[in-house]
Design a protein around this ligand. Structure first.
Ligand code: FPP
Length: 247
């Protein structure tokens, strides 16, 4: 539709996909149906992001805290992610999508990690949309792991503690090499970040949509992008209208 350089189209959109359970409950359906419908919304989100020329799309698929849900629901969510990779990888690859996974990879059991790695390896050379799947992800955990690695470097004499800069910390995050999100969308009307990209969200515009995730598609994406385009991003400075020289 257009290129990533189009003014006011964010380069990186990150989404907290919320409301699957409530969507199902309102229809008298089991929560798992909401999650299944949520995967269809994931496909729509990827398609629309590609159409807009958005370069990076991060989806909060499974948080470090989601393990505390009932075992059956955890198993449903993992099953859906597994099926999504198995069924959609070839199509995503054909569409030039590059997949990247963020989150803690240690202690993951079963075939889920090998599948995610396969998705990354298969699509590594692609140059279209980068789809970042946040799996077993929590921002505090990510920051803690980064701090631990920096401490190890200091201990090994590779880095002096007084020389540590923001760049050093950012370089140890799972998102290293990915620009910070310009826009973070959360569906379902909840207005919080819930441990998502806390470092990277420093200057992101936050847009909270009332609709539930299974209803997400072109219309809701358009709405979020319209809200984003109307925002005045100042990054701690002054807005253009404030700095314009009159006369
Ligand atoms: C929030 O709904 C959604 C999740 C916890 C998981 C999102 C996962 C998917 C859409 C499926 C798998 C992902 C991919 C990338 C294929 P909720 O259950 O918290 O809803 P509620 O707040 O209404 O209960």
């Amino acid at each position: 539709m257009n290129s990533g350089s189009t003014p006011n189209v964010p380069k990186h959109v990150a989404i907290i996909m919320d409301g699957n359970g409530r969507w199902a409950k309102e229809r008298g359906l089991p929560r798992t149906v909401g999650h299944t419908k949520g995967v269809e919304a994931v496909r729509r989100a990827v398609e629309v992001a590609g159409d807009y020329g958005i370069r990076y799309l991060t989806l909060f698929a499974f948080s470090s805290e989601n393990w505390s849900r009932p075992e059956a629901e955890v198993s449903d969510l993992l099953g859906l992610l597994r099926r999504f990779i198995r069924r959609d990888l070839a199509e995503l690859h054909k569409s030039n999508v590059r997949i990247k996974v963020i989150g803690d990879r240690e202690n993951l059991k079963g075939d889920i990690l090998p599948l995610l790695i396969e998705a990354e390896d298969t699509t590594r050379g692609n140059s279209g949309l980068t789809l970042i799947i946040a799996f077993n992800y929590g921002a505090r955990d990510e920051l803690t792991r980064a701090a631990r690695r920096l401490a190890n470097m200091v201990e090994a004499g590779e880095l002096a503690s007084q020389d540590i800069t923001e760049h050093h910390l950012a370089s140890q995050l799972d998102t290293f090499g990915i620009p910070d999100p310009d826009l973070i969308i959360r569906t379902s009307g909840e207005e919080r970040l819930s441990n998502f990209l806390l470092w990277q969200a420093a200057y992101a515009e936050l847009v909270f949509l009332p609709g539930y995730w299974p209803d997400f598609g072109r219309e809701m994406f358009d709405e979020a992008l319209r809200i984003f385009a109307a925002r005045d991003r100042r990054f701690g400075g002054l807005s253009e209208s404030t700095t314009a020289v009159v006369g």
